[in-house]
Design a binder for this molecule. Structure first.
Ligand code: ADP
Ligand code: MG
Length: 385
């Protein structure tokens, strides 16, 4: 099997005046595991349906392997799709499910059977070929769906939240399997998910999508450590958020002054002095510090809650202004009882500063700067929550 590249150029989708996908450009090289990550309703499925030919776009071009495919229906594109529901045929055996698409391609019965065996071996289900789907575990059914989709030798496999029905343990196991399968086959995978953990562990690159727009395309490390927008910063992982006015910019670092003090972080975007900005730092890069260390980036808080996760201890603290700050600490046996004092701090290198004018005004909850609202919307409590 061979993967093909996918290119979207100005692809747009408007439903009755509602823009589900704003003009989008995206270039995915052949053989890449590419995830489209974003919250429910942001336009992920619509984008995938356009790509695979189930939805005609309002505008723009789709190219697969460099060839325009806008005029081709789904069954004539070199794509296959796996839906969340899997849609296996309940009365057919596993082997018949996998071979289903091959008959329509004029393959002889013997060839179909041989091909099905080969695919079942690929997903390690040879021993289960004669079972019906309801005799399989959730993970095995998942693998049947993958084998069936690969049977038609697609160059691009589109997967729409295929793991969301599985329990956590199995989901984590299937991440590794799907990733390995993608590398083994060389097929381009376009994988939709709202789960940042899935996107970070499986992907070569991730497109982070919000309200019909791709806000950033990058490797897992890039979107996690150098988020392009407040939304990306908040949606991919957790952040502690500090807001304030920019008081200085030097050597790529910005200083902001806000409630509780002055804080410094990497200026990842264009900033000007006097501008409203947010500084964000990850809970695992926020630590307990000696009150005398660090120049700034230090804050007195009180421990409000603790959560032991075996090797890790998550501490929730609050400062005098009511700001909530979360720390993920290695469990070194210290207790950090609730109600106790904690001085927290972080290195400027571990924090990013970006303009607060990240979202549009209508996104903003009342009285909240747009960037903080974007972070809150992405699933995090902003300061004061
Ligand atoms: N056929 C349709 N007609 C009208 N609105 C639609 C249609 N399909 C999707 N939408 C809307 O487009 C937006 C994006 O939907 P979708 O692509 O399914 O999001 P996601 O997969 O990210 O959850 C949603 O607001 C949804 O209600
Ligand atoms: Mg969807």
């Amino acid at each position: 099997m061979d993967g093909k590249s996918v290119e979207l150029s100005g692809v747009t989708m408007v439903f009755d005046g509602f823009t589900a996908v704003s003009p989008t450009d995206l270039s995915i090289p052949a053989g890449e595991f590419h995830s489209i990550l974003g919250p429910s309703g942001c336009g992920k499925t619509t984008l995938l349906r356009i790509l695979s030919g189930f939805q005609r776009p309002s505008g723009g071009q789709v190219l697969i392997g460099g060839e325009p495919v806008n005029h081709l229906p789904a069954n004539r594109r070199p794509t296959a799709m796996i839906f969340q529901s899997l849609a296996l045929f309940p009365r057919m055996s596993v082997r018949e499910n996998v071979a289903f698409g091959l008959e329509a391609r004029g393959m002889s019965k013997r060839e179909r059977s041989r091909k099905a065996e080969e695919l079942l071996a690929l997903v390690a289900l040879e021993a289960h070929a004669d079972k019906r789907p309801d005799q399989l575990s959730g993970g095995q059914r998942q693998r049947v769906a993958v084998a069936r989709a690969l049977a038609v030798e697609p160059a691009v496999l589109c997967l729409d939240e295929p793991l969301s029905a599985l329990d956590l343990k199995l989901r984590q196991h299937m991440r590794t399997e799907l990733r390995a399968l993608q590398k083994r086959t060389g097929v381009t995978f376009i994988y939709i998910t709202h789960d940042q953990g899935e996107a970070l562990t499986m992907s070569d690159r991730i497109s982070v999508m919000n309200r019909g727009r791709i806000e950033q395309v990058g490797t897992p490390t890039e979107v996690y450590d150098a988020p392009a927008t407040p939304f990306v910063a908040g949606f991919v992982g957790e952040q502690n958020v500090f807001s304030g006015k920019v008081t200085g910019i030097e050597n790529g670092f910005a200083k902001i002054a806000g409630p509780g003090g002055t804080f410094t972080g990497r200026a990842t975007r264009e900033l000007s002095v006097g501008e409203h900005a947010v500084l964000m730092v990850r809970p695992e890069r926020t630590g307990l510090v000696d009150a005398t260390t660090l120049n700034g980036n230090r804050l007195s808080t009180r421990v409000e809650g603790r959560e032991l996760e075996g090797p890790y201890l998550n501490l929730v603290t609050r400062d005098a202004t009511g700001r909530r700050i979360v720390l993920h600490l290695a469990n070194d046996g210290r207790q950090h009882p609730t109600g106790g004092d904690a001085v927290i701090g972080f290195m400027p290198d571990d924090a990013v500063v970006m303009p607060a004018a990240g979202g549009t005004p209508e996104n903003g909850a009342a009285g909240m700067p747009a960037a903080e609202a974007a972070v809150a919307e992405a699933g995090l409590a902003p300061m004061g929550a």
